[in-house]
Design a binder for this molecule. Structure first.
Ligand code: SF4
Length: 237
C-alpha cells in the first residue's frame, strides 16, 4: 500500500507548526552523561534542575566529581528528584571511568567506528541504544538516525498506522525511516530528532494522542484508521 506522505514532508509541517527546535541539554558527550543522571525520573526538566544545582555546588568536570564527597553530590542532585545517593555514585563512576580509562577525554575516545563508539557508551550506567545514538548525533560524532525515546511512536503512526507494543520494534522502524528518507548530515538528523521529540511530547503522546489538533493529521495513517502491527497475539517486550 502506498504511503500518504514522506518523512521530509512530515518534518516540514512539524517545523511550520512548532518553529525551529534546539537541544535543551548539554551536547558534549561527557556532559550529557552527567546531565542524564542529574534527574530521576529522568526528564529534560528534572535533569536541568539537578544539572544547575550540581554546577553551582560542585561543577561537572571529572576531577570535581571525584573530589566531592558523596553527601555533597547527593545534596546537589536532590534538586533533580529521587534517589540522589544512587545518582551520586553513578556520577562518580562516570567520572572515574572517563578519567582512568579514557584519559579524561570521552569525545576523543569516540573517534572510532560507530559500532565501537556505541559499545563504549553503553558501558556507562543508564545508557542503552537510544541514549548512545543521541550522544553520537548531538555530540557531532556521527550523523546516526537517532530517535527520541519519548517519540518512537510518532513516525510509525504517521507512516504505517498503529504502533507496536514492542518499544524496540518501534525504535528500529522509526530509525530505518529516518535513515532512508533524510540526508545523512548532522543538521538534518538533529532537526528530525528534535521535531519528533517535540511532537511526541506535545501532541502525539504515547497515550492519548491529540489527533484533532495535530498539524499532520491529514496524512497520518493512524488517524486515517489504517491499523497495523497490533494483533490479537501481541508481541511482548
Ligand atoms: S494524527 Fe494523531 S497519531 Fe497521527 S501524528 Fe498526529 S497526533 Fe500522532
Amino acid at each position: 500500500m502506498g504511503r500518504a506522505t514522506t518523512v521530509s514532508d512530515v518534518l516540514s509541517r512539524l517545523e511550520k507548526h512548532y518553529g525551529p527546535q534546539a537541544p535543551s541539554w548539554p551536547t558534549d558527550p561527557y556532559e550529557f552523561l552527567v546531565w542524564w543522571h542529574c534527574g530521576y525520573p529522568a526528564s529534560d526538566a528534572a535533569c536541568a534542575k539537578g544539572w544547575e544545582r550540581l554546577n553551582q555546588a560542585v561543577g561537572t568536570a571529572p576531577e570535581r566529581l571525584l573530589k566531592a564527597s558523596p553527601a555533597k553530590l547527593a545534596a546537589a542532585l536532590k534538586a533533580g528528584g529521587m534517589v540522589p545517593e544512587l545518582r551520586a555514585e553513578r556520577l562518580k563512576e562516570i567520572a572515574r571511568r572517563v578519567q582512568d580509562e579514557l584519559a579524561g577525554d570521552l569525545r576523543a575516545a569516540l573517534a572510532v567506528p560507530v559500532a565501537q563508539a556505541r559499545r563504549l557508551l553503553k558501558k556507562f550506567p543508564g545508557i542503552a541504544d537510544p541514549g548512545a545514538d543521541r550522544i553520537l548525533l548531538f555530540g557531532g560524532v556521527t550523523p546516526v538516525a537517532a530517535v527520541p525515546s519519548n517519540g518512537t511512536q510518532v513516525l510509525v503512526r504517521i507512516l504505517f498506522g498503529q504502533e507496536r507494543e514492542n518499544y524496540g520494534v518501534n525504535y528500529r522502524q522509526a530509525q530505518e525511516s529516518i535513515e532512508a528518507e533524510t540526508p545523512r548530515t548532522l543538521e538534518a538528523r538533529q532537526r528530525a530528532y528534535l521535531l519528533l521529540k517535540r511532537h511526541g511530547q506535545d501532541i502525539c503522546k504515547r497515550a492519548k494522542p491529540r489527533c484533532e489538533q495535530c498539524p499532520v493529521n491529514q496524512s497520518c495513517a493512524y488517524f486515517a484508521g489504517h491499523r497495523r502491527g497490533v494483533t490479537p497475539r501481541r508481541q511482548s517486550g
